[in-house]
Design a binder for this molecule. Sequence first.
Ligand SMILES: [Zn+2]
Ligand SMILES: [Zn+2]
Length: 263
Amino acid sequence: MIVEQIWTGNSYRNFNYLIACEETGETLAVDPLDHRKCLAAAKDRGWAITQIVNTHEHGDHTGGNAAMIAATSAKLLAHENAKDRIPGIDRGLAAGDVIKVGKTVELETLDTPGHTMSHVCLLAHSDFPALFCGDTLFNAGAGNCHNGGHPSELYDTFASQLDQLGEATSIYPGHDYITNNLEFTLDREPDNQQAKQLLENIRDQDPEQALVTTLGLEREINTFFRLQNPSVIARLREAFPDLPDEPDAKTVFLRLRELRNDW
Ligand SMILES: [Zn+2]
Ligand SMILES: [Zn+2]
């Protein structure tokens, strides 16, 4: 499996992805908003884009579909419940569905509600584990729930699915928000030395060569995975004096998500 992360350079800071089979050159495009850049990158590599996956229905993820399909005749895949909101879906996806790309790539569909209620993440079962997580999980952060989502479902997705994945899983999110998110982590947990160090290292990074984190690193630097951390809880109590003595993980997640809305 070869993954190409494509930086769109737009104001929403979207990342698009090409996932290719190194044997056949068949390629799947994830949320190819910048269809020109995606097509140019595929052409450069001699790859043929045969499938598109939309992680969810928002326009900054689906906006390249029509042009990409016109150029490649690729099939369009998205959550089965997104059919009314994404025109032209060829294959509706449900939890556990496997998407094959060429001979070497298998992507498992995870049904991951929260950011919207028809959101999928793709988990690669190939030579290295990787998660394409759209707007559910970001580097050092979590998706918002303002446009069709629910924080409590987002928590369930984090706890019952994402947090179950292996440490080595590479994380490929739909946007580059790492700087803001690390600043939020440090606002919530000022003594997180690893987050501090990472922020110094990536503050001026070129998004064309963005850091790819792993789930192991996310567990260290992403406040939405650090729900039982004593500093996080102590600091949260300053904002929410009614917080119970030993708040459960879900309560902490929901309060953090609430604070992040106004960050
Ligand atoms: Zn979105
Ligand atoms: Zn988005």
